[in-house]
Design a protein around this ligand. Structure first.
Ligand SMILES: [Zn+2]
Length: 308
């Protein structure tokens, strides 16, 4: 059972049957165990399972160290390459190269040629997600939360309240207000959205992704990640355009989620795809359509929804 994370522990060729070693690891949710599992899944020709194992490291309850993240991203890039979509791993490779400390990992990263089949259309913003503690989230009503399982789609909203402030504290207060509104006025278990993006382009964690959200009504919430861009993106006196930083952060977040959960650009929805509403607003909608189109060029695309 690996405890430390290094090339010797994670990337060593299995001494015996990799399937057997994998079985021994199955009950261990630690970061070293998940990294080793990802490596073994690759050896067994199971890149999708390897991607899942790395996702547990990158997005699990314990934040990985830079060294651990470098290994996770390296392994995920290998898995995407094995699946025939090496371009999906471009961002992972870039991050892995920036973070790698282990000399053997650094050497292996140097040996991988950059994928050339598709240019990466999305800016490589560092997606630091502000944790719930950063906005002093109230505890959710656990009894009313439903496990989401593996997400299969995402939906973009606006908060429909004019908001331009770029200070961290003001955004935190704004998100607290949304949570209060959702829990007290609407009676929901927690804030309805999984992510929120403020005018400075910060990404904030809303409801944890392991719980189903409350943002698209009823069954529409199944497997559906809710993203709220803070602001009121309608025309007229009370409206505003999204900031460039917000649009850039939205692109980075959406691309990251597509990679993380392995779904295509056809799984990008706007709230108005589910019901008659202006949400996410005519001034944000074109950016979403454009983003879906660009990401769709890298795989099978359905961008029929979301006409501006
Ligand atoms: Zn909405």
């Amino acid at each position: 059972m690996p405890r430390a994370v290094s090339a010797t522990t994670i990337l060593a060729e299995p001494a015996g049957d990799p399937a057997q070693e994998l079985e021994l690891l199955a009950r261990h949710r630690t970061i070293p165990a998940r990294l080793r599992a990802a490596f073994l899944e690759l050896r067994l020709g199971e890149p999708a399972a390897a991607i899942d194992a790395t996702a547990e490291v990158l997005y699990g309850p314990v934040r990985p160290s830079a060294n651990e993240e470098a290994f996770a991203r390296y392994l995920r890039a290998l898995a995407y390459a094995r699946k025939g979509t090496p371009g999906y791993g471009n961002y992972d490779l870039e991050r892995a190269r920036a973070l790698a400390l282990d000399p053997e990992l650094q050497r292996r990263l140097r040996e991988i040629a950059p994928a050339t089949e598709a240019p990466d259309p999305v800016s490589l913003a560092d997606l630091a997600v502000q944790p719930r503690s950063a906005w002093r989230a109230a505890a959710p009503n656990r009894r009313d939360l439903e496990p989401m399982g593996r997400p299969t789609r995402l939906t973009i909203h606006h908060s429909a309240v004019y908001f331009r402030d770029t200070k961290t504290a003001t955004s935190a207060a704004q998100i607290q207000r949304i949570q209060r509104d959702h829990m007290q006025s609407s009676g929901w278990a927690d804030i309805g959205y999984h992510y929120l993006i403020d005018p400075a382009g910060r990404v904030w964690q809303g409801r944890e992704v392991r719980w189903q959200g409350a943002h698209a009504e009823g069954r529409n919430n199944v497997g559906n990640i809710g993203i709220c861009v803070l602001g009121n993106f309608v025309r007229g006196r009370t409206g505003q355009a999204p900031s460039r930083a917000q649009v850039a952060a939205l692109r980075a977040l959406v691309q990251d989620l597509l990679q993380r959960y392995d779904f295509g650009a056809d799984a990008i929805y706007c709230h108005r795809d589910f019901k008659p509403t202006e949400c996410p607003g005519p001034l944000l909608q074109p950016a979403v359509v454009q983003l879906a189109r660009e990401l769709g060029q890298r795989g099978p695309a359905r961008v029929a929804h979301g006409q501006p």
